[in-house]
Each structure stands twice: as C-alpha cells, then as structure tokens.
Design a binder for this molecule. Structure first.
Ligand code: MRU
Length: 374
C-alpha cells in the first residue's frame, strides 16, 4: 500500500504541487501552483479539498505567494502576507483548517518580527551596492520567508502524524471483519497522508482486519465514488460503492457495524459540520443502534464557534446537481436549486470524537475543551 503516490499536496524542489482531484478517478495529475490566485482557484474548484489538505495547501500557498517579494521593508512584507492570507481564506468558508493554517502562518510571521534573534544572516547583510539598512531589511525578509516555509512543512508533518494517531485510536474501536460505512472522502486525498476516518481502515488493512467498507457516493460532487472508492480499492481494501439513499438499507440488512466520517469544523458543543448528507447518516445510525464516529483533528475543533448553528455553510452552484456529471442536463435549464455543501451533525448523534490526542466522549462541551486546551 503506497500512499505517497497519491498525496494531495507536495512541495518538491521548490515547487508546490497539488493533485487535481476533479480529474480523479480517470487521471492522477499534479498541477504546479505559482500564485495566490492559482491557489485560491484550486481550493474553490476542489482540485485540493478536504479540511486538513486545504489547510496544508493554503499554508504553502501563502508562502509561494510571498517568496518573490523583493522589497526590503519587513512592514510591507507583513502587510502583503496579511492581504494574501485574507484572500486565500475567502476561497471556502466551512472547513476551519483553512483559517487555522493561515492564522498560524501569520502568527509565526508576527513572532518572527517581534523576536530580535530572528536574525540577519551575515552573507545577506554584506550584499554590495545596497545601504546597510536596506541590506538588513532584505536579509530579515529572506529569513522570514524561510521561517514561513518551515512552518508550512511543520503543518504538513503534524497533520500526517496526527492522522496516524487518529488511525490508532480509531482502530481500537473497531473489530476484525466489521462492516463500515463512510461518507464523502476523509482519506489520504483529504489530508497530508493517512486520512482521518480512513486512517484506521488503512491500519486495519495492514493488520489483516478484513473490513468491508461501504462508501456513499456523496452527491453532488461524488467524493465517495470518485475518491474514497478509488483510494481504498487501490490499497486493496474491500470497498462497495452505494448511492447516498442506500445507507438505510445496508444498515437494515445488518451489514454496518460502525460509521466513520471526517469533519470540516467542530463547534465547542460538539456539533460537527461535514459533507452534505452526513447528518442524515448519523440519524439513521442512531435508529439502527450503530455507533457513529467522527474523526476530528484538534486543528478542526473551533472553540470560538459555540454551536453548529454558528458554522458558515458553503452554498455552491446548482449546476453541480443537475448538469455537471451528465451529457444532457437532468433537469429543466434554469431550475431552482439549493446546493449546500455541508450539513451539521448534532453532537447528540456522535458516539465519540476521535482526535490525535485521544478519544473524546460526551459531554463534548466540557471534554473537547479539555483535549484542545490540554
Ligand atoms: O467539499 P470537500 O470535498 O472539501 O468536503 C470534504 C469533507 O467534507 C470531508 O469529509 C472533511 O473535510 C473531512 S476531511 C479529512
């Protein structure tokens, strides 16, 4: 099982590459991102998608948008960084990892500026033909760029580690031979490497657990069909693709022992926004007495958002529903549509929240805060 071949975001030899996931499963193609506009577009169009992967991509994207800055004023550099971060942050509203990663990059820059030892390298300050002050300024800007790239690497590596740990915690809740339903894609393609809720399935695969996974197709953008069934079958996991409206029958048939899903933003009270349709799956799971596990790295827990009602829900173009996947439109042209990209699963339907720091059980209001604040 080689997940390194399908990482959604790579930074190699000074090039930022994102896999264009809109072309999966047909083609696995990487695109180089050179500007903030290209990064914004890649996020908006879901070339790179999934909450943690969006955060990683945006962190690198911010660095890439700044690396050609040639001035020597640190203040100008900082202002540009803030503007570019605000711009990137406007690409999609729901996944909190986007603003989380960008805020972290800006905080790093602020602390770099504040700390005197952030330094001016000897060679840079000796640049000929430039006044000492300008030299110092330029050197500081170059150091700041380097620090930003290092921070982006850190965000990626931390996500990889945290997915691995969520996999271990998640696997402790599952038993060999279980039937598992998942919705959308919270796998490698959505993160720095192992996925959130698919991570235990990969670990289980390595350890001979023989899970039977049911992947909801996840209309309208088909992340379950195009991405989850692709990445799992590629890894040799037994996966069966179903339409979203078949979740109830597979549960009723007794084929599902657990539901595992990711999350785009979890509010302080444990309400979790995830791909549209997730809340319906959770309500069904409750009806059939099936545990419903939400995998939520602490980077996706937003204690500043009190409840699910406060989470902004992205609305997308209605053409995604009736036109995009068909040769002919499957509804009258101009039909009225409503296309929310996410919904909120109420905390009461979530059996447990799996984070990289441990498994959290209700009362979430209290226990999420404990796990985030330590
Ligand atoms: O619109 P998308 O494809 O970005 O939505 C992704 C999801 O809803 C995932 O389930 C979520 O981001 C968790 S990813 C580990």
């Amino acid at each position: 099982m080689n997940l390194d071949d399908i990482l959604p975001v790579r930074y190699e030899e000074g090039r930022l590459l994102v896999m264009d996931q809109t072309r999966l499963p047909g083609e696995c193609i990487y695109e180089e991102i050179r500007t903030k506009e290209e990064m914004w577009d890649a996020i908006k169009k879901l070339k790179v998608r999934g909450a943690p992967a969006i955060g990683v991509a945006a962190a690198y994207g911010l660095y890439v948008s700044l690396r050609d800055f040639s001035g020597d004023s640190m203040e100008d550099f900082r202002l540009l960084a803030r503007d570019n971060a605000a711009y990137l942050n406007s690409a999609r509203p729901t996944a909190v990892n986007l603003s989380w990663a960008l805020r972290r990059m800006i905080r790093l820059l602020d602390s770099f500026v504040a700390s005197p030892e952030s330094g001016v390298s000897e060679e840079a300050s000796a640049e000929p033909g430039v006044s000492e002050g300008a030299n110092q300024g330029r050197a500081s800007v170059e150091q700041a760029k380097k620090a930003l790239l290092e921070e982006a690497h850190k965000i990626r590596i931390e996500d990889e580690e945290s997915c691995r740990r969520m996999g271990e915690y998640g696997l402790s809740l599952l038993r060999p031979g279980m039937g598992i339903l998942t919705h959308c894609n919270a796998g490698t393609l959505a993160t720095a490497k192992y996925g959130t809720c698919l991570s235990p399935l990969y670990l289980g695969q390595e350890q001979g657990y023989d899970f039977h996974v049911y992947a909801d197709e996840t209309r309208p953008l088909l992340q379950g069909a195009r991405l989850t069934s692709w990445e799992l079958s590629r890894a040799g996991v037994d996966v069966t693709l179903i339409c979203d409206n078949m979740a109830s029958i597979v549960m009723k048939n007794g084929w599902i022992d657990a539901v595992v899903v990711g999350c785009d933003r979890m509010a302080a009270n444990g309400d979790g926004a995830n791909k549209i349709g997730t809340s319906g799956v959770a309500i069904l799971a409750r009806e059939y007495g099936i545990p419903f596990y939400m995998f939520v790295p602490t980077s996706t827990i937003d204690l500043e958002t009190p409840t699910g009602d406060d989470i902004p829900i992205e609305l997308r173009d209605g053409e995604e529903i009736y036109k995009m996947w068909y040769q002919e439109p499957m509804a009258p042209e101009g039909v009225k549509t409503y296309n929310p990209s996410f919904d909120v699963t109420k905390a009461k339907y979530i059996t447990a929240v799996i984070t990289e720091r441990g498994i959290v059980y209700p009362p979430y209001e209290e226990n999420l805060r404990k796990i985030v604040e330590g």
